[in-house]
Each structure stands twice: as structure tokens, then as C-alpha cells.
Design a protein around this ligand. Structure first.
Ligand SMILES: NC(=O)c1ccc[n+]([C@@H]2O[C@H](COP(=O)([O-])OP(=O)(O)OC[C@H]3O[C@@H](n4cnc5c(N)ncnc54)[C@H](O)[C@@H]3O)[C@@H](O)[C@H]2O)c1
Length: 411
């Protein structure tokens, strides 16, 4: 098969925000999709400034006919830039609206043209629409980026369309391991600016000790906070204990914690837990949507006041108060979440998953991004972001996994 090696030259990154422009690995992979036919795509995604270069890169291969922005992560400057470059960016007013708007926009895009269409999304926003979308023979399928979306597709399946998820890929775990630092950056900024407080010595609870929880706990410990965790899974509590994060029962942990960071992707603090929250505690989410805290239930039992542009104060009838940051949405999106070359890696895997779906190679139903995609991404990333490996083009990594056989005993 012949691939175009010139298409990426057409990408104009000159005017893109500087921190979104370093997508050399992704750029190198664009030519791996045959020039024609050009399938269209819809992106349901975080429109951060860092996403502008990604959208433009994808658009060169799979013309982007609509972008549904996640409202809590829609950067006004990124939305403006994309619109000024001719992209149709829709910003729903609320999280529930993302579901209805996503289905509506994808359906309209399918009705207006017979050119095949795929979707790349970040939260299972089409999970309830898969049967309807399967009635369009030119609908190719969905690429899902997040665990929250993966779980939603899992719980609403089986799906009569391909749903290729990279949420649980080993490369995604690399991103997850640096999310905690982004979460802490945003929490620290709010602590300093709005509470005149710092993390050092603060008693902190991390709820959920999975990939995001561990990464958040490590980041908090690095700031010399006193970190305890609670996970609903008893084995994970043991694993936290041996890593030095003291696990405690939830109703013992909440009364002693000044900061509670929800990292489960579920509703981890429910109404029954509310009386245990320490007076004056701050609740922040590191997960998805506004799922982590039962805020509407809390609202029925508390007086809710706007404390600042980003903080809401919940006063219970017994006089105790607690504070919720950013309406319970993930705090790290306030500050651009993660930056740097790891983004290039994530975008590469998303793009190769799109290539897989566009080529109708992904099976019907929910499936996971296969290892050969991760190997292709990792090699492209090393080739563009590691001078040491670039200088060692005879190294065994380039032939992995075939090179594994070189170490096998010869019989
Ligand atoms: N903020 C971000 O930028 C960002 C980035 C990646 C993922 N996420 C989201 O973070 C969430 C967590 O993802 P993950 O990859 O860490 O998942 P994970 O499966 O690795 O970890 C979740 C952990 O939460 C625990 N848990 C589940 N329900 C619980 C409950 N009610 N109480 C206590 N513990 C509970 C599970 O046992 C598990 O250990 C997901 O919603 C994911 O989409 C957010």
C-alpha cells in the first residue's frame, strides 16, 4: 500500500497556540491513511487550547464536520480560534445537554451526506444512541478516549456499532499517571487564591485509588500533605497501605479531612455520607462530568451559596459548611489539564483508533485498542521526542515485539 507522505505538510500550525503545536508524532502518522476516500468525523471533546492543533491535524485526514465541546473544559480562546478557522463548534449549556446535542449533531451530519462518518468522543455521550446510529449504513463507529465513557458503553451494551476504546490502553495509563499533578496544580492555585491556604500539612482524603486516585495521592504526598485514601475495593485498600497511603473507612476518613478529592468516576460521596464531611472541608473532583458528589441531593439538604466564581458553599442545617470546587467537575480542566509531549502520544492513539474504525477493522460492540496500535504509537513518539532513541535506530525497540525473540534460548 502506498501512503501519502506529503499531506502533513499542508497543516498550518503557525497560528496555533504554542503549547498545542508540538504534535510531530501525530503529524508523522497522518500519511498512514490512504488519501481517498476521505471519511468525515465528528469530535465530541475537550476544546482546550491544546486541542486546536489536534483538530486541525485530524481535519486533514478525516474532515471534521462538527465539534461538540464539553462545556466545563471549553476554553473560550480555543472555541474562538476554531470557529475563526471555519470549524462548526457547538458548546452545550450543561452536561446533560452534551448527550442530547451529541446525538442530534451526529444524526444531522449523517443525514446531510452519504460520505461515511466516524466519531471520536470522551465520555460515552453516544452510548444511548448506538441503535439509532446503526440504522445509517454509512456510520462507521465511535472511538472512545475515557474510562468513564468506556464504562458507560459497557453498561449500556451490546452495541450494534463498533466502539473502539483506548481508555484502558497501557499508553493511556501513562497519561493517567501525570493527571494527579495537573489536578494538584489546579487545587493548589484555588487553595492559595481563594482560601489563602497551602497543601503542606493539610489532611487530605483521596476517594478511589485507581489510576487517577494513585496519581493524585502521589502528587499530594509530594506537596507534604497528609494523605489517606478510601477505595470501595478491599484489595485496593491493601495495595494503598503498602504504598504508604493509609486507607480508612469512609465515615472515619471524612470527619478528619480538610480536602476530599474524588477520583472514582462514580458518585463516591452520597447524601448518607454528607453528615460525616468535616466542617469547612473542600471537595474537588479529579474524575468526570459532575459525577463524584451527589450535589443535587446535597442541595436539597443545604443552603447553597456562590462563594466565588468557582466555589460553592454548602451550609447544612446543623451549621456545618463545606465547599465544592467548579460545581463538582474535574478541577484540572481549569488550567489546561496536561501539557507537553504526552499529549502527542494520546492524540496519536486516538488517531490510529480512528484509522482502524474508518477502515472498518474494529469489531461490532465495545472493544479495546489493540497492542499493535500502541506499538506503532510508541515508536512514532520515541522517533520524535527522544533524541537518545533517534540516535539509536539499530536498537531492539524498533523491531518490538519481533525483537523479543532475539533473547530466546536457541534449541
Ligand atoms: N481529570 C482527568 O483529566 C481525568 C483523566 C483520566 C480519567 N479521568 C476519569 O477519572 C475517573 C477514574 O478513572 P481511573 O482510570 O482512575 O479508574 P480506575 O478504574 O483505575 O479507578 C477507579 C477506582 O475507584 C474505585 N471506586 C469505584 N467506586 C467507588 C466508590 N463509590 N467509592 C470508593 N472507591 C470507588 C474503584 O475500586 C477503583 O479502584 C474516571 O471517571 C475517568 O474517566 C479523569
Amino acid at each position: 500500500m502506498r501512503f501519502s507522505t506529503t499531506r502533513f505538510m499542508k497543516i498550518d500550525l503557525a497560528g496555533a497556540p504554542k503549547f498545542g503545536a508540538e504534535l510531530q508524532a501525530l503529524t508523522s502518522l497522518l500519511g498512514t491513511v490512504a488519501d481517498e476516500p476521505k471519511h468525515r468525523c465528528v469530535l465530541i471533546t475537550h476544546v482546550l487550547d491544546t486541542a486546536v492543533a489536534y483538530v486541525e491535524a485530524v481535519n486533514n485526514v478525516f474532515p471534521v464536520v462538527r465539534i461538540v465541546a464539553i462545556p466545563y473544559s471549553a476554553s473560550p480562546s480555543a472555541v474562538r480560534t476554531l470557529r475563526s478557522r471555519g470549524f462548526n463548534v457547538i458548546v452545550p449549556a450543561s452536561i446533560p445537554e452534551i448527550f442530547t446535542e451529541s446525538e442530534k449533531q451526529v444524526t444531522e451530519a449523517l443525514q446531510e451526506s452519504q460520505v461515511p462518518l466516524l466519531v471520536q468522543e470522551v465520555g460515552g455521550y453516544l452510548a444511548h444512541a448506538s441503535a439509532k446510529l446503526s440504522t445509517f449504513s454509512h456510520f462507521l463507529g465511535v472511538v472512545e478516549d475515557t474510562n468513564n465513557g468506556h464504562w458507560l458503553y459497557e453498561s449500556t451494551g451490546p452495541h450494534p456499532i463498533p466502539v473502539l476504546s483506548m481508555a484502558q490502553s497501557p499508553l493511556k495509563s501513562i497519561e493517567d499517571s501525570i493527571i494527579g499533578d495537573a489536578v494538584l496544580f489546579s487545587i493548589e492555585r484555588i487553595l492559595r487564591e481563594d482560601f489563602a491556604a497551602i497543601c503542606q500539612g493539610m489532611r487530605c482524603a483521596v476517594i478511589g485509588f485507581g489510576k487517577i486516585g494513585r496519581s493524585t495521592a502521589v502528587a499530594l504526598k509530594g506537596r507534604e500533605a497528609v494523605v489517606s485514601i478510601y477505595d470501595i475495593n478491599p484489595s485496593i485498600d491493601i495495595s494503598a497501605k503498602v504504598e504508604g497511603f493509609f486507607p480508612m473507612p469512609l465515615h472515619d476518613l471524612l470527619p478528619t479531612s480538610d480536602l476530599v478529592v474524588g477520583c472514582t468516576g462514580q458518585t463516591s460521596i452520597r447524601l448518607v455520607d454528607m453528615p460525616f464531611i468535616k466542617d469547612g472541608a473542600i471537595l474537588a473532583s479529579a474524575s468526570s462530568k459532575a459525577i463524584e458528589f451527589a450535589l443535587s441531593d446535597f442541595g436539597r439538604e443545604c443552603t447553597v451559596e456562590k462563594f466565588s466564581d468557582i466555589i460553592w458553599r454548602y451550609s447544612q442545617y446543623n451549621g456545618k459548611k463545606f465547599y465544592v470546587l467548579l460545581k463538582g467537575t474535574p478541577v484540572n480542566f481549569r488550567d489546561g489539564s496536561i501539557l507537553g509531549t504526552i499529549l502527542d502520544m494520546i492524540y496519536c492513539e486516538l488517531f490510529l483508533c480512528m484509522r482502524e474504525v474508518a477502515a472498518r477493522k474494529a469489531p461490532l460492540g465495545l472493544s479495546k485498542s489493540p497492542p499493535p496500535i500502541q506499538e506503532e504509537v510508541a515508536k512514532a513518539w520515541l522517533k520524535h521526542h527522544s533524541d537518545d532513541f533517534i540516535r539509536a535506530m539499530d536498537d531492539k525497540v524498533w523491531e518490538y515485539p519481533d525483537s523479543l525473540k532475539l533473547g530466546l534460548p536457541k534449541f
